[in-house]
Ligand binder design. Structure first.
Ligand SMILES: Cc1ncc(C[n+]2csc(CCOP(=O)(O)OP(=O)(O)O)c2C)c(N)n1
Length: 626
């Protein structure tokens, strides 16, 4: 029998199906997602959890006239498949292929570009307001997970929406999971709603019961109506949404398409802000993902039968080396505490959480709070380590500057996934941290050349009485041996790895090993190339820069960061400040957002691998001769 899915080239085809056919369509979509993501990698668990919800949304609403705004966007695979991208789905997350997130450039059905969480209600409210201003009758629907709802920004948006009362539907996709199990008071409150009865049903039952009491029934019922706020808060702790001005509907079973369709049809034409609470299961329909939704949140390619990951080069990831080193340090130093913003496993803190539960904090997806919370702990003598991906620390710029660095508090920022991240693409690349942190006084900023140096850098930070940031790349380490004992590194000193007299390459972090390889290639071509592991962006080793500037014909800097305001810019400033004249070539990311592809492909495209560095060195020497 021909698959239903083969007939769906857009939501209008979906609407031709009967409600009875929709569960079969859901199965076919799941099959396509599992099959594809097992080859491409991706955010499978979140996407499997919302297949029925996505079908129901497109069945009832008329996209793109009606606007569906996905939060984070990692759950939008079924949306992509239903909106004309079924055939292209096999190119998911690959260079030149479909993005793993909604992208306006990709489809008219993708209303808002996303990758960072908790933006959907704000963006949807902006769209709802624009509909009012333009006199347009589009419905606007934000779909947000319970994890993403832990961020302050989501509450800022709810607060505003409840105030201005535009027609806005917020679908809360509640699977009780962020990446790990969700945390926080709101999360417990939502679970109480799920485990209790639906508030609306409960309220009606109480009302009719009261009214049946002869004599006093009616007056008690009137009193109850007047004190409905009291009733809500006593019986239904999740009534926060109603207090914020939303009409709360739910909870609705999120894998029953018929129920979803009924509820969405009912609320479609309701006025004002509505919150529909939908209960789903993360990883639904793929057993390994249902059993371990944290692992299957975002995965590389895997064996679809067993769920086991494809083999890697065997070296531990930077994340793991950091997590292991921190546990060792914390065992000797009871002041060390660790903080994550909803990314316990992603940042390598699971071991720390198990061994020191009393000194571990998952604050939810709340990067701003995480940093100021760390500042508070540091102000009272603790040594907080905030492990946050480079891209997500962008959320906390003012907290880093105003709450930590201005008070010179010894908070350690561990910036995982700094540099090119690969398949997750532009929203997740950690290419800005050097530019936005380098200008902040009091901050020491380092980048290890390999996983062994990462542990030494971490140990060094606890010798300092000021804020420190360490940036390190996504993925496995270089494969070097890990020293058993930690070594303290001299702050502000670069390490000369190879001497040379033609060119000096100042490499930072992940670019050090490719620079060494490039120097070897060049030496076989008769070019003498020094390689310096810069180690510190701040304080920069200006002396080493100037010393090489005096003896070589050109200096080349290499970094996985934007060129603007990056490490190379710091080298230029150091030369200028010292009155040294040198030819300088900077390798890094030019003034544009970097697209998706494998890390290898993207590094090659921007000249950040050994071949690219060697070619740049040859180029600058050839120019000089010309
Ligand atoms: C600002 C920000 N911080 C962290 C992340 C990493 N992240 C991606 S999805 C996710 C969990 C989201 O949970 P939820 O909204 O409940 O969606 P689910 O995956 O459960 O469907 C996190 C922490 C992010 N995308 N953006």
């Amino acid at each position: 029998m021909e698959k239903l899915l083969n007939k769906i080239n857009g939501p209008e085809d979906l609407r031709k199906l009967s409600i009875k056919e929709l569960p079969l369509l859901a199965e076919e979509i799941r099959e396509l997602i599992i099959d594809t993501v097992s080859k491409t990698g991706g955010h499978i668990a979140a996407s499997l959890g919302v297949v029925e919800l996505t079908i129901a949304l497109h069945y009832i609403f008329n996209a793109p006239h009606d606007k569906i705004v996905w939060d984070v966007g990692h759950q939008a695979y079924a949306h992509k498949i239903l909106t004309g991208r079924r055939e292209a789905f096999s190119t998911l997350r690959q260079m030149g292929g479909l993005s793993g997130f909604p992208k306006r450039e990709e489809s008219q059905y993708d209303t808002f570009n996303v990758g960072h969480s908790s933006t959907s209600i704000s963006a949807a409210l902006g769209m709802a307001e624009s509909c009012r201003l333009k006199g347009q009758d589009s419905k606007v629907i934000a779909v947000i997970g319970d994890g993403s709802l832990t961020a302050g920004m989501a509450f800022e948006a709810l607060n505003h929406a409840g105030h201005i009362k535009r027609n806005l539907i917020v679908v809360l996709n509640d699977n009780e999971m962020s990446i790990s199990p969700n945390v926080g008071a709101l999360s417990s409150s939502l679970s109480r709603i799920i485990s209790g009865q639906s508030y609306n049903k409960f309220r009606d039952e109480i009302k009719s019961m009261l009214e049946k009491i002869p004599g006093i029934g009616e007056s008690v019922s009137r009193l109850a109506r007047q004190s409905e706020g009291f009733f809500k808060s006593v019986f239904v702790p999740g009534m926060l949404f109603e207090e914020l001005g939303f009409v709360y509907i739910g909870p609705v079973l999120g894998h029953r398409i018929d129920m979803l369709v009924d509820n969405l049809r009912n609320i479609k034409n309701m006025k004002g802000p509505i919150l529909l609470h939908v209960i789903t299961k993360k990883g639904k329909g793929y057993k390994p993902a249902e059993e371990d939704p944290t692992y299957f949140h975002g995965v590389g390619a895997f064996d679809r039968e067993t769920g086991k990951p494809a083999p890697s080069n065997g070296a531990p990831s930077y994340t793991k080396v950091f997590g292991d080193a921190l546990v060792r340090i914390a065992a000797d130093n009871s002041k060390v505490v660790a903080i994550t913003a909803g990314m316990t496993s992603g940042t390598g803190l699971e071991k720390f959480q198990q061994q020191f539960p009393d000194r571990f904090y998952d604050v939810g997806i709340a990067e701003q709070h995480a940093i100021t919370f760390a500042a508070g702990l540091a102000a009272e003598g603790f040594r907080p380590v905030a492990a946050i991906y480079s891209t997500f620390l962008q959320r906390s710029f003012d907290q880093v500057l105003h709450d930590v660095c201005m008070q010179n508090l010894p908070v350690v920022f561990m910036l995982d996934r700094a540099g090119i991240v690969g398949e997750d693409g532009p929203t997740h690349n950690g290419l800005f941290d050097i530019s936005f942190l380098r200008s902040i006084p009091n901050l020491v900023f380092m980048a290890p050349a390999d996983e062994n140096e990462l542990q030494h850098m971490l140990a060094t930070t606890f010798e300092l009485k000021q804020p420190v940031a360490i940036r390190y790349p996504r993925g496995t380490g270089v494969g070097v041996l890990l020293d058993r004992d930690f070594r303290l590194l001299p702050v502000g000193k670069a390490e000369i790895l190879m001497d040379g007299h033609d060119v000096a390459v100042f490499a930072l972090g992940s670019t050090v090993h490719p620079a060494l390889e490039a120097a070897q290639q060049l030496s076989s071509q008769g070019i003498s190339c020094a390689v310096v592991n810069a180690r510190f962006v701040k304080p920069l080793d200006g002396e080493a820069v100037c010393a090489f500037a005096r003896k070589v014909r050109a200096i080349v800097t290499v970094e996985e960061n934007m060129l603007q305001g990056g490490f190379g810019s710091a080298v230029l400033e150091a030369l200028q400040d010292a009155g040294c004249v040198a030819r300088v070539l900077r390798i890094g990311i030019p003034d544009r957002f970097v697209e998706q592809g494998t890390q290898k492909q993207i590094r090659a495209a921007y000249g950040l691998d050994a071949d690219g560095i060697a070619a740049a060195v040859r180029g600058i020497l050839a120019n000089e001769q010309g």
